[in-house]
Every structure is written in structure tokens, then in C-alpha cells.
Design a protein around this ligand. Sequence first.
Ligand code: BJW
Ligand code: ZN
Length: 244
Amino acid sequence: MTSPDLNQAADMVRAAGRLAVLTGAGISAESGLATFRGAGGLWAGQRIEDVATPQAFARDPQQVWRFYNARRAGLATVRPNPGHVALVALEDRLGPSFTLVTQNVDGLHQAAGSRNVLEIHGSIRRVRCTACHARSERPTETLSEMPTCTTCQGLLRPDVVWFGEMLPLDIWARAELAVQDCDCFLVIGTSAFVYPAAGLIMTARDQGARVIEINLDETDASRRVALSLRGPSGVILPELLRLL
Ligand code: BJW
Ligand code: ZN
């Protein structure tokens, strides 16, 4: 099934020398992971803005670790969906002219086979010591509610970016450069509520890129984009790819 909008999107993608992509929690929804906002959001009864903060961790690290441990355990059984897989195929076609920027911390792009992923909000599969700042990969093991560093016994935290924290500067710089330099920008499965990630949409638009949104619903970004494709990314992305 094709629509005029999908054909137009395919034209824009085909014409793009350089393509950048921004993904959010919505691309992983069809893998069974909850999104942050809206019905069935992640932290029952509480807003993510109130728990994903350094203040919440300082106040009650066990409660924050319970939240992240539950999500880490959930990752053991989830698999990438056709949306993730379609982005691998786009990277295969475009090579270094393709940049994938993700707000997601779930690692599903890499699990699908994407090679060059800019994780601007970190990774739930990694931990970081609050004392010596050493990072380590802990992709699958079960962690306690007060996990400690094997080197210095400091309290570990998830290696993710909470509200009020800086994004990893080198990764963010690469994301900004790619968006400043792209001809077409695909914005997939994000509410465009959280900055500075949402600001990339204006960066792309202001430098003349064609911005295409793929989302189930209208978002804060919808009125700023050239084209909105409404529907599940796990269906739309493979269809788009088929038209290229
Ligand atoms: C589908 C679908 C399907 C569903 N197919 N679509 C004003 C006041 C105070 C602060 C600020 C302010 N203005 C800006 C700020 C800064 C703040 C911010 O943005 N706050 C907002 C509340 C306004 N930002 C920050 O603090 C950032 N740092 C920063 O700015 O540094 C500079 C600074 C330093 C010091 C002081 C101040 C500034 C850091 C932001 C960190 C965000 N971290 C989180 C948690 C990561 C770890 C974890 O996962 O636990 O990142 S919050 C959470 O939101 C997570 C996500 O990456 C992020 C974005 O969410 P996303 O991906 O868009 O998900 P949803 O659920 O919102 O949307 C899903 C979408 O999918 C929906 O649209 C659905 O319709 C769609 N969908 N199924 C297609 N099948
Ligand atoms: Zn340490």
C-alpha cells in the first residue's frame, strides 16, 4: 500500500545526498518497550521528568535502580522490529552519508545491525561510577539495588543522561554536525518534547533540509516539518524503503 505522502517522502530521501535520522522511544514501541509519555508511559503514576534526575537518584538511589533494573531485565527478551531493520538497510545504501542519532538507551539499533549510532542520552546497558567515573558495559547481568564499583566501591549509576545533565559532548557535537550538513532529516517516534534533541529539527529546517516526521500522532514538531507520515514506524519505514 502506498500513499502520495509516502511517495513524496521517498522522492525526498532519494534526492538526499546526506541523510540524518533522529529516533525516539516510539521506534521501539513495536518491540514491546513502553514509551515515556502518554498512556502506558514508563513510570507508573509518575512523570519521567520527576524521576530521571540526579536529584531523584541522590534522594533515593534504590528506587531509581529498581526502575532501571526492571527496564534492563525487560531488554533481555525484546528484539529489534522492522523499523530498526529498515534503518540498517538505509545505512547500507548510503554508507558514511547516513547518520543515525538516537535518544534511545535500549541498544536495539545496534542489535538490529546499525553500525554508526550516536546515543545522545547514553545507554542503559552501561554503568558509570559516581566516585571514580569509570564506565563499564553491563549489558545483561542482574544488578543489585545499590550496585558498587569493583575498583573503588563507589555507587554505580546507569550511564544515561538525566534532566539537567549535559549530553556527552563529543557525541552531541557529531550529531549536530550531521544535522547541519544533511539534505533530508527523518524524525521518527519522538514527541520532540525534550531538548536539546528536539532542537535538531529546527537546526535541520533552518539550514534547508527537508524534514520528514514519522509518528503515530501529531507532535510538537509536526507543524515545523515538510511532511508528516502518520502511522507505526515498523510499517512505514519498510514501505518507504521499498519505494527507494
Ligand atoms: C510511535 C509509535 C510507533 C509511539 N511508531 N511512533 C525548561 C525547564 C527545565 C528544563 C528545560 C526546559 N527547557 C529545556 C530544558 C532542558 C531539559 C528538557 O528538555 N526538559 C523538558 C522537560 C522540557 N533537557 C535537559 O535537561 C537535557 N540536558 C540539557 O539540556 O543539558 C543542558 C543543561 C545542563 C544543565 C542545566 C540545564 C540544561 C537532558 C535531557 C535528558 C533526557 N533524558 C531522558 C531519560 C534517559 C534515560 C532513560 O531512558 O531513562 O531521555 S527523558 C526521556 O525523554 C528519554 C528520552 O530519550 C526522551 C525523549 O522521549 P521520546 O523518545 O521522545 O519519547 P516519548 O515517550 O516522549 O514519545 C514517544 C513518541 O513515539 C510519541 O510521539 C508517540 O506518538 C510515538 N510513537 N509508538 C511511531 N509505533
Ligand atoms: Zn569507582
